[in-house]
Design a protein around this ligand. Sequence first.
Ligand code: ADP
Length: 496
Amino acid sequence: MGIAVSPQIHPHVAEFIDQPRKMLINGRWVNAASGKTFPTYNPATGEVLAQVAEGDREDINQAVKAARKAFDNGPWRRMTASERGRRIWKLGDLLEQHTEEFAYLESLDNGKPLNIAKVADVPLAVDLFRYMAGWATKIEGNTIPISAPGFLAYTLREPVGVVGQIIPWNFPLLMAAWKLGPALATGCTVVLKPAEQTPLSALRLGELILEAGFPEGVVNIVPGYGETAGAALADHPDVDKVAFTGSTEVGKLIVHAAAGNLKKVSLELGGKSPNVIFKDADLETAIPGSASAIFFNHGQCCCAGSRLYVEKSVYDQVVEGVAEHARKIKVGSGLDPDTQMGPLVSEEQMNRVCGYLESGFSEGAKAVAGGHKSGGRGYFVEPTVLVDTKENMKVVREEIFGPVVTAMPFTDPEEIVPRANDSEYGLAAAVWTRDIGKAHRMAEQLRAGTVWINCYNIFDAALPFGGYKQSGWGREMGHDVLNLYTQTKSVCARIA
Ligand code: ADP
């Protein structure tokens, strides 16, 4: 393929996408059982970037079989925690050594700026693997003093088993790391399905996984569509747990599909996060911080600060400040070093975002920055600030997953908590104020899995992330995530 490639492309990446990419099953790179492939596109041009093996139920069956065998009988099972940890650490090192190449792949497949992928996506994934490598040797049970005399009772924390992991397209590599890191640290085996829009970096990571010395079948990677490969993984009777990141709508389908064998489920879903600026905030940081809260990754973040609430006396100043940031953002191809915002991931996503803009305008919203598709070829949308929005509008209630923020004033600080919490989602929230008491009271009252104070989008492998309400089940990262991949066994022995 390679037809949409610019001359400046990284040579290893050019080579990687030149051949149809295969799937990783049982330590080997294989074609789909059906022989089919599907295209992945360069969103900056709309052209085909590469062809990828199209996994379906039969491939998922093979991958689950390999993961089952590796979990039940393979060398992985007998490996010490320290040996597991060393392999995960090595994977982090290998990834770091290939930072440039992975940043190119992410930029080409997802559209995000190369320079951002280099300093955010890849290093965060490296950190995640290193953090999780350390946990492998620290997964411990307890001794329990039970009431009856003459017994020794203790708990073991054991891996949950074969895990199906389904990930989205907004941070393709980082989401693969968030999923694989804890599964491998706890001794699970994995079938990973990357998003059909962005399968390339996970497939390249698969090569490094083999190089890092994970035994065959421990990690299987099956690209394909959600309704086929994804659904086959979610309802597979031999999968012990499914971990999903994506839309709330598909999250609900996963829950239904998992019911057949009552597999464990963890979900990281949508958001419509409130970002609250009080009049006593340091506006010099709150304004750029709030622009970045929505425009980072083109608004394609489940935790994007998409509902901006500003105390009335500073509302005009903040809205104009955020709008000015929006107007100045340089939108273009991710490979252009001057680009600050690339295209959205797909034509479908672009049309979805533009549909929301239309809906907002028809309900009376106005754009003070952006408001349209931009550029010719490629899936570009202008960074947009909407005003005159009301709480009942679709653009305020629903997740747009694009570079669109709605700005609304508030007068009484007491009213803002219920307004901020008035959402079916509860993934993240932010508060900007110099009053530390108010900041922490707000942090307590906001129904969200993450609350940022005087900052936004600060992530760390050690800091749990996940949703209240319909934003999900469970927490990823931090030591919390280990609960998602282990189960507790109580052992009780009569000793007297
Ligand atoms: P988006 O709408 O933002 O593309 P999705 O929730 O549709 O996000 O996709 C996230 C991931 O879920 C992708 O890997 C996709 O292939 C997968 N997926 C989509 N539909 C299903 C489904 N019915 N069952 C399992 N996985 C699915």
